[in-house]
Design a protein around this ligand. Structure first.
Ligand code: ZN
Length: 272
């Protein structure tokens, strides 16, 4: 499943070919994605100029002239790629938008993705975005923020950092990895974490996400960037998916447990 680093990699790959150009015709083959595609809304985006590409959580935001934003979420299996305009329609291609001699096409076998035409000024109050917590790769996000948000709460720290209302984009893989690097046991209650450990966790979350972006996204999914290129390197993960293997720090055997319905990997010696 594409996570924050994959969407950020996609965004960066599309800035150069898209910004400054204008959208052409919108073609919709199939509109029953996670939410029905608003055909009229999307058609109204034709002829608008692309001003900027942004990301909020796992949404790619394509800001257009006339205060419109095309928001795309890849869901479980979505791919957004730029191809020659006369490239035959791909299997599971649900819609595409012409951009000069090319077209930006959305392919999504499982159809959990979203393609939304929104007013740019309404993004912060739109129900897809209104509830979202901080972006992790910003100056405002740090250990103090996490500690403040944890005040008065209980429950395991792993669920806390995966709560999009607290911080966006910390998926299962990155939560396991960040907790390992911070030396915090995934089941530890948020009311039992000291300030220095919150600070370490804030930095660890930023580090694992930044490193994944530097690698060009992971290779877990069918992720490809805007040119159809897959993730750069094999993921360099310390604990995730490595149960039974030695911990890179202390050689203790890495364990797996199911927590909140998701697999969690940790070193019982390094993480307390
Ligand atoms: Zn260890």
């Amino acid at each position: 499943m594409p996570e924050l680093p994959e969407v950020e990699t996609l965004r960066r790959s599309l800035i150069e070919p898209l910004v400054g150009r204008s959208l052409g015709d919108v073609t919709i083959h199939r509109g029953d994605l996670r939410e029905p595609v608003d055909s009229t809304g999307l058609q109204s985006l034709a002829e608008r100029r692309i001003l900027a590409l942004r990301r909020r959580a796992k949404y790619l935001l394509i800001d257009l002239s006339g205060e419109q934003t095309l928001a795309i979420h890849l869901g479980m299996s979505g791919q957004l790629t730029l191809v020659d305009r006369n490239t035959p329609k791909a299997k599971h291609e649900h819609l595409s938008v012409a951009v000069g001699e090319q077209r930006l096409r959305f392919v999504d076998p499982r159809r959990f993705g979203l393609v939304l035409a929104l007013r740019s000024n309404d993004l912060s109050t739109d129900p897809h975005f209104a509830h979202l917590g901080l972006e992790p790769l910003t100056a405002e996000f740090d250990g103090d923020y996490l500690r403040a948000r944890a005040r008065g709460r209980r429950g395991p720290v792993k669920s806390f950092i995966m709560d999009a209302g607290i911080v966006v984009g910390v998926g299962n893989i990155y939560a396991s990895e960040a907790l390992y690097h911070a030396g915090i046991h995934p089941s530890r209650g948020v009311h039992r974490i000291a300030t220095t450990r919150w600070n370490r966790l804030g930095r660890a979350i930023q580090r694992v996400l930044s490193e994944a972006i530097d690698r060009g996204g992971t290779t877990f999914s069918d992720f490809v960037d805007g040119y159809g290129r897959s993730g750069g390197n094999q993921p360099d993960l310390a604990v995730y998916g490595r149960s039974g293997e030695p911990c890179p720090g202390c050689s203790e055997t890495i364990r797996r447990r199911v927590q909140g319905g998701r697999s969690t990997f940790y070193c019982p010696k390094c993480q307390r």
